[in-house]
Design a protein around this ligand. Sequence first.
Ligand code: 9MR
Length: 511
Amino acid sequence: MSLVKRSTHGCPGGLPVLLLTACAVAASLAGVPAAAAEPSTLHDLAAAHGKYFGSATDNPELPDTAYAATLGSEFGQITPGNSMKWDTTEPQQGQFSFTKGDVISDFARDHGQTVRGHTLVWHSQLPGWVAALPASQVEAAMTNHITEVAGHYRGEVAAWDVVNEPFNDDGTFRASPFYNAMGSDYIATALRAAHAADPDAKLYINDYNTEGLGAKSDAMYDLVSELVAEGVPIDGVGFQGHLAVQYGFPGGMQQNLKRFADLGLDVAVTELDVRMQLPADAAKLATQATYYRNVVEACLAVARCVGITVWDYTDKYSWVPDAFPGQGAANLYDENLRPKASYDAVRTALGGDDEGGGGGEPGALKARYRNSDPAPADNQIKPALQLVNTGAAAVDLSTVKVRYWFTGDNGVSSYGTWCDWSPLGCSTITHRVAAMSSPKAGADHYLEVGFGSGSLAAGSSTGEIQLRLSKTDWSNFDETDDYSRTTGTSYADAPKVAVYIGGELAWGIEP
Ligand code: 9MR
């Protein structure tokens, strides 16, 4: 079975504005219905290179319909984040449960997506009964587990992470009930059992901190070289790709992938995310986008790199904040399911246009917004905005206006406005509040921001513009229903903040 699915999908149709994916937003901006534009998804773009672009998911997330819509449309491959692991599938010896895993594999089948099975043999998320077994019984228990689980999913799962995380970071074998009972032979035994249970599935060993050249990837290289030489059924090596901006990008990733591919194996990036110390800021998010792009470029440069899976696609459902307190913002979409700069970077690296922005037209601008106001019920509204020139030519900022819509709630309708900080200098920035002649849901006023002078070069950002407004009677707002506001505290593309160039709408959807 090929892991590359045929592309049949475009943008999901019929979603409310808030739930639109980047492609639909771009289509709306172009003034055509989203469904008619059929722009490429990340998977479509990867498939044009003979690769897949996938995402992990987990059962509790699927009832989130907006989440599921993008999961089902943008990605061509699914990995269950937890539901095919040992503690879920065989919590008591010999008692198997496939309910949760089946939900994920059914979702994938319904959406024309392939599945990477994850994972058969791992030291973690292992029920206590395995560790309690006498060493003499571990091999039989492991083989039975593999036979039952891989057997159940035969024909449904295109590839299995048969063995997960066999190494310590120094390249020595990790102690586990399996290693302790069988030494490193457990790996070949597991692969053979998986091959017997599902001869068509691609069988992988998967690990983290093996993306670049180093002691751990050398150990993996030595192991799989030996397995290949001995004729053990192994088809591929998975590189998880849990990266962090504060640790630098792994050195020699492309060269590393290539040396494994040269053994006659497939390679895949199986769990990509790029975390950062919170709060996120524009610089960290830009570094993150570079890391995502680097990974895509490394995979594209190696013919046997069959695809990339992100370890869920949105910050809303990331494992990172739980595992690394104080860190997060690791995914391609923010917590409001809006594509981030990293999404644009992946698209661009895959050869697509930048649909999070202005479609690459000369002089195209996009607005980015973050919520810098922790108090939605006090007497001030504090939007933080940036403009990014996504086009090929400089834009004369004196022709640009930005609108942020809100409701004035009760009280007077005269306003004070301030620019608190901007690297452009607040003296060049104009701001005022105007009332709308026909109020809309979430909007009866807007803050309009302009620029006295200046030019924004192609590819450049204005940097943060910190704005603030209040009513002259200092009465409170209820910001929670405001049209342009989101709760995201990291910068994200803001389709509900509009940008006008020379009076023409250049970005965003008006209320
Ligand atoms: O995403 C998984 C998270 O929900 C679990 O709590 C965690 C428990 O170990 O496992 C996460 O997935 C891991 C994957 O199975 C193996 N590589 C590391 C992943 C992140 O921890």
